[in-house]
Write a protein that binds this ligand. Structure first.
Ligand code: SF4
Length: 342
């Protein structure tokens, strides 16, 4: 009977090589990749197709979101809870393994490649946290780790596994050549939780709303974000595409603002707000419009099946700057606010 394995597959070179190393031992391999609002399966789907790897795509949004609010092992440099995220992915892959009657799980992780999540200790920890300790094989670094079940049971020949470690890519690139793999994506990228500006928005959202919806998260990807009061945040579209995208994800409870008679952004107040905040949002909307600094501007505010016109003037640039959520980033580009007047 053939040996079967389920592999976490990101579409990156290491995950491709892990598949190849096991296929070389006639292991029947199926890939699994994940989707959440923070990362997608696009790259994995594309690469799996190009190497004929059967791939399962699993949406783990809900379990990932609930873990993300308070990850037991904390965040990395940004809002990336890599230890608990990996453990969740392994746990999910383990359940797929159980269902499919497969023999073990594997990943393309390399010891020492990432400071938080890929030290030898971290790799052992996530395997343990997943509940599938002993069944998680890392073919590229297996010789640097204790033997796993499939190795001890002879399902996989440990001698034919590898001892790659560190951040360098030379050995992986040489292996890619050996396997005739000429197309593979550059390492890294792809997870919004490692992005400082996105992380700051997310931090701000979780402080104000400990139980955000998927729509709240999707909104973090669009426009400029300004906290105009303790409880109210707005998002301002930066171009026509973003304006349309914001309008595409509105809820009934939101208030949408736009200036009358001059070009300007769409501003959304997610979940609505009181009159004071609507007026502040209207002044921000006017600031980012083409109206001149001292113009009297009419801003249309729509929401809850009603609309009204707010008479305002563009908000002062410094006041706008002080409300931009990413301004708290030390090296961020939050200072780069743009309007026709700044
Ligand atoms: S970088 Fe993102 S997807 Fe990768 S383990 Fe960390 S949190 Fe999860």
């Amino acid at each position: 009977m053939s040996v079967k394995a389920i592999g976490l597959f990101s579409g990156g070179l290491d995950s491709i090589l892990a598949v190849k190393v096991l296929q070389e031992q006639d292991v029947d391999v199926v890939g699994v990749t994940f989707e959440t609002p923070f990362f997608s399966s696009g790259r994995a789907r594309k690469i799996a197709g190009s190497i004929d790897l059967p791939l399962r795509v699993i949406d783990i949004t809900q379990s990932h979101l609930s873990m993300l609010k308070a990850p037991p092992h904390g965040y990395g440099k940004n809002m990336n809870p890599c230890i608990d995220c990996h453990a969740l992915m392994l746990e999910t892959a383990g359940m797929i393994m159980d269902d499919a009657g497969a023999d073990f799980i594997f990943t393309g992780e390399v010891v020492g490649q990432r400071p938080m999540s890929q030290t030898g200790g971290s790799l052992r920890l996530v395997a343990k946290l997943s509940g599938y300790d002993g069944l998680v094989l890392r073919p590229l670094s297996a010789l640097l780790l204790p033997p796993t079940g499939p190795e001890s049971e002879g399902k996989v020949d440990r001698q034919r596994l590898l001892d790659i470690q560190g951040r360098g890519r030379k050995r992986q690139m040489a292996l890619a050549d050996e396997y005739g793999i000429s197309f593979y994506p550059a390492p890294g990228g792809g997870c919004l939780l490692t992005d400082p500006a996105f992380s700051e928005r997310l931090r701000d959202l979780l402080r104000a709303c400990p139980d955000p919806s998927v729509r709240d998260i999707e909104l973090l990807k669009l426009g400029r974000h300004l906290r105009i009061s303790r409880d109210v945040k707005i998002a301002v579209g930066r171009n026509r595409e973003e304006n349309e995208a914001i309008l595409g994800i509105t809820h009934e409870s939101d208030i949408i603002l736009s200036v009358r008679n001059v070009p300007g952004p769409v501003v959304i107040i997610p979940g609505g707000a009181g009159m004071d905040e609507v007026e502040r949002a209207a002044a921000v909307c006017a600031f980012y419009s083409d109206a001149s600094r001292d113009a009297h501007v009419q801003v249309l505010a729509r929401g809850n099946h009603a609309e009204r016109v707010v008479e305002t003037t563009p908000m002062d640039a410094e006041e706008v700057r002080s409300m931009i959520i990413e301004r708290r980033l030390k090296n961020g580009n939050a200072g780069a606010i743009h309007s026709n007047k700044s």
